[in-house]
Write a protein that binds this ligand. Structure first.
Ligand code: PHB
Length: 394
């Protein structure tokens, strides 16, 4: 009896497999893999960005499989070292001409994304920017789509919050390149329009920064608050100096974008982050079941690493690519993929997001957070939010 059922079941399974194979177009079955050139800093001062992005891409493929629309998705990971636009540009070129990549993804810093933009345009290859966050980036190529965020997008709500919460004078302190200049400008505009006063605008170098002399100037200017943007990886050094130079003791309040209180660094920043208010599009402490599962997944696969916003940008970059490939039935034509990506919306682990069809930039919720201890470690705990924030431009 059992044998009969088993053999019948086996027969049905085989028939099902044959039908599935028959239903699949021959072209898709025999198709080459979709090659994704993932260019990120895996070494150098911004290596944590590359590590986070790689972790997210691996987790995505573990959860959703390494094939979509009948095609295998092969990730070609390249380390650009994070500091040289020429290296990033050469890697993009090689990935397209030699390795036949049909999609480019990653890009840890603005100058690196800008250097690859003309390559994407020339080759008509989609370029999914998951990390670099200067507003202008998608304007540099019609093939760029952004799944991370922009500094202008996350800074405006913080400036509004500061003005509403009794802060009247601020010194701004930003890294002297694209995203820092965007943050400085948007902060001054929003805060100024709400009646606040920016006493001084300080810019620190991107390469080998020494924060101490700049923080001394802040102390001398005696603002009620200091607004800071530095790229992820640098926040711990700023917070250490802020405390050591006695700015906190002098009653100066620190407010910042979430780049400074990057989740990857929060365990090492520790108590120096206590009560610091920041704004950003992602916190590892975002209270949703999907995010809890995500954070656990990243930690499980990466020796306890805490997921940060760069990982989420890449996880959503993979989602955008997979969903676009489903829509094109596995066709990697650049125009078709772009058309499929424009206007797409989904529930990210960070909350609801969409790709603005006209600008190809991400629209998302921006959260106000306060750093608090939770289970022995400091986290950015969300206490307010602004929905559907677009890049306001600068
Ligand atoms: C950038 O270079 O665009 C960038 C890098 C790291 C950040 C934010 C912006 O945290």
């Amino acid at each position: 009896m059992n044998d009969t059922i088993n053999s019948r079941r086996r027969h049905l399974v085989l028939a099902g497999a044959a039908m599935a194979a028959g239903a699949m177009p021959l072209a898709a079955m025999a198709a080459d893999p979709v090659k994704v050139g993932l260019i990120v800093p895996m070494s150098g001062p911004f290596a944590s960005t590359g590590r986070q992005i790689e972790a997210a891409v691996k987790l995505y493929q573990q959860k959703y499989g390494d094939s979509v629309a009948g095609r295998k998705v092969e990730i070609l990971l390249k380390d650009d070292g994070g500091v040289s636009p020429d290296v990033t540009k050469r890697l993009a070129q090689e990935l397209i001409t030699r390795d036949k990549a049909q999609v480019l993804m990653g890009f840890g810093l603005t100058p690196l994304a800008l250097s690859a933009a003309p390559i994407a345009t020339q080759a008509k290859v989609p370029m999914i920017v998951t990390a670099a966050a200067t507003s202008i980036i998608p304007q540099r190529s019609p093939y760029i789509v952004r799944t991370g965020f922009t500094l202008a997008q996350v800074t405006a709500p913080l400036a509004g919050w500061a003005a509403k919460n009794g802060i009247k004078s601020v010194v701004t302190f930003v890294t002297d390149y694209g995203p820092g200049l965007d943050a400085e400008k948007v902060f001054a505009k929003t805060f100024g329009e709400a009646g606040g006063k920016v006493l001084e605008s300080l810019r620190v170098p991107l390469r080998n920064p020494d924060y101490a002399p700049f923080l001394q100037r802040v102390k001398d200017a005696k603002p009620e608050a200091l607004f800071v943007f530095v790229p992820s990886g640098e926040g711990a050094a700023v917070l250490k100096q802020f405390t050591e130079r006695g700015l906190a003791a002098a009653g100066i309040r620190l407010i910042c974008t979430g780049d400074v209180l990057d989740d990857d660094l929060m365990p090492s920043i520790g108590a120096a982050s206590k009560d610091v208010v920041s704004s950003h599009h992602y916190s590892a402490a975002h209270p949703s079941p999907a995010n809890k599962e995500y954070v656990e997944g990243i930690a499980r696969m990466n020796k306890g690493m805490r997921a940060n916003f760069h990982s989420v940008g890449a996880y959503d970059g993979m989602h955008l690519l997979y969903e676009a490939l489903k829509k094109t039935n596995g066709d990697t034509d650049g125009e078709k993929l772009l058309a499929a990506m424009k206007g797409m919306s989904w529930d990210s682990v960070r909350g609801p997001v969409s790709i603005d069809a006209a600008t190809r930039d991400i629209v998302q919720t921006v959260y106000m957070r306060r750093a608090e201890q939770k289970g022995g470690e400091f986290y950015n705990i969300e206490f307010d939010k602004v929905d559907k924030v677009r890049d306001p431009g600068v």
